[in-house]
Design a protein around this ligand. Structure first.
Ligand code: HEM
Length: 252
């Protein structure tokens, strides 16, 4: 049994002109850090990425300062010992658990997946020729729609007749409706310093935007290049048309 179809949201990164809303990416990073990171890793993202073009828009110094707030395992040193040190820009976000067994043990047997690619995980790209439709209908937004929906899809109690297993929670959008992630977000939990509302809806939207960037850090460059290619092809078509007219002008 599947979950309900997630409602389609408006995303800043949608469509051929889409860009990441910098404010949302920065707020989403804060939500990830203060809430999600206690259970979910983000192991494909390095702190230095936070200062890269097309991302949250931090300076190299800001990314380094952010990194230094983390403790990172390193070693062995000259004495053969492992040790902890403050994070550096080249480090990746540390994972909350040493391995999957430990993660499952802490979460009632369920595995909190790494979030680096989660916005892609439940969105399905389609092959030729349907990807042409996807291009115009923004099919790629399924993944973020799903993530934002799951975060907001909790129900205090399941509908009558639904048998919810011990240690699970009812979620309208999670496939099967029975999820082992406790409702992670509630109003007022994270403080934003830009005056954005401290609501579950805002947190869900922002953390999803952040995770979309994490999954596709070069999206803006990709879309920009795509547009340039289209412009070039249109110009080339026009030029070739007139060239053809000229070359064949005297053909009988
Ligand atoms: C599953 C995101 C916080 C534990 C998931 C899934 C998403 C997600 C999208 C579903 C993946 C799927 O469809 O298979 C997030 C985000 C969080 C957050 C964005 C922060 C806002 C937490 C926290 C915990 C947690 C704080 C631990 C207390 C889990 C577990 C699962 C899960 C155990 C697996 C559920 C199952 O398979 O039944 N999370 N999560 N998550 N999450 Fe979270």
């Amino acid at each position: 049994e599947g979950g309900n179809k997630p409602p389609a949201q408006k995303w800043s990164f949608s469509g051929p002109f889409g860009k990441f809303d910098r404010g949302a990416v920065q707020r989403g990073l804060k939500v990830y850090k203060e809430v999600c990171s206690s259970c979910h890793g983000l192991s494909f993202v390095a702190f230095r990425n936070l200062a890269e073009a097309g991302g949250p828009g931090y300076s190299v110094a800001q990314a380094a300062a952010f990194a230094s707030e983390y403790k990172v395992k390193d070693g062995p040193n000259d004495q053969g010992e492992m040790f902890e040190r403050p994070g550096r820009p080249a480090d990746y976000f540390p994972s909350p658990f040493p391995n999957e067994q430990a993660a499952r043990a802490a979460n009632g047997g369920a595995f909190p997946p790494d979030l680096s690619l989660i916005t892609k995980a439940r969105s399905y790209g389609r092959g030729f020729p349907l990807f042409l439709i996807d291009f115009f209908t923004q099919y790629q937004e399924q993944g973020p729609d799903y993530v934002a929906a799951v975060l907001q899809g909790y129900e205090e109690k399941p509908p009558a007749g639904f048998n919810l297993p011990e240690g699970s929670f009812y979620n309208r959008y999670f496939p099967g409706h029975s999820i082992k992630m406790p409702k992670p977000l509630s109003d007022g939990q994270v403080t934003f310093d830009d005056g954005s509302p401290a609501t579950v809806a805002q947190y869900a939207k922002d953390v999803t935007t952040f995770l979309m960037w994490a999954a596709e850090p070069h999206m803006e460059a990709r879309k920009q290049l795509g547009l340039q290619v289209f412009v070039f092809l249109i110009l080339l078509t026009v030029l070739l048309y007139f060239t053809k007219k000229k070359v064949w002008a005297n053909a009988h």
